[in-house]
Design a protein around this ligand. Structure first.
Ligand SMILES: [Mg+2]
Length: 171
């Protein structure tokens, strides 16, 4: 395995859902900010707005004083609609794994890398972006994975890096 790829594609933590980000876990890591992907991380592509589950997650974070920001490669109309009633820092067409938009979002949030968690569902975009910035990188499986050839190929590419994660973090 290429060491450079390994450095940028192996997540710090794999959870089965964003719901597993508990106050205890966030506190233990000293997390003060969460920069999150939207599609297939928080909701499916079919959910234009946050689900009740997502809203209660955000309410829990707000109570802990943890700031939230969105970083999506999807278009502005999708991101703006999702964020309409929340009004968090949100950047669409973010060009992940590029880091320009992530840096901008963190600046607007007043977020330092040491206290920022990145939440996403894809290694090639989300993890690669987050790891370049030294963020604590949490990956969840896509909520509703598409099974077309393109997405199956992406999962295939991710496979050795997920394996590496599980080898490092035996259950
Ligand atoms: Mg996604």
């Amino acid at each position: 395995m290429n060491m450079l790829f390994e450095k940028y594609l192996v997540p710090d933590l794999v959870l089965s859902s964003f719901r597993d980000l508990t106050p205890a876990l966030l506190d233990e890591r000293g997390i003060r900010n969460i920069l999150s992907d939207i599609d297939n991380t928080l909701v499916t592509y079919d959910d234009a707005e946050p689900t009740p589950d997502v809203l209660s997650f955000f309410a829990m974070l707000a109570e802990l004083g943890i700031k939230i920001g969105f970083l999506s490669n999807n278009h502005a109309y999708r991101v703006e609609r999702f964020n309409r009633d929340l009004g968090y820092v949100a950047i669409a067409d973010a060009g992940k794994p590029g880091i320009k938009a992530a840096k901008e979002a963190m600046e607007r949030m007043g977020a330092e890398p040491e206290t920022t968690l990145f939440l996403g569902d894809q290694l090639l975009t989300d993890a690669a972006c987050a790891k370049q910035l030294g963020l604590y990188t949490v990956i969840v499986p896509p909520i509703k994975d598409r099974t077309d050839l393109f997405n199956r190929s992406k999962r295939l590419i991710e496979k050795p890096y997920m394996k590496k994660y599980h080898a490092r973090n035996p259950k």
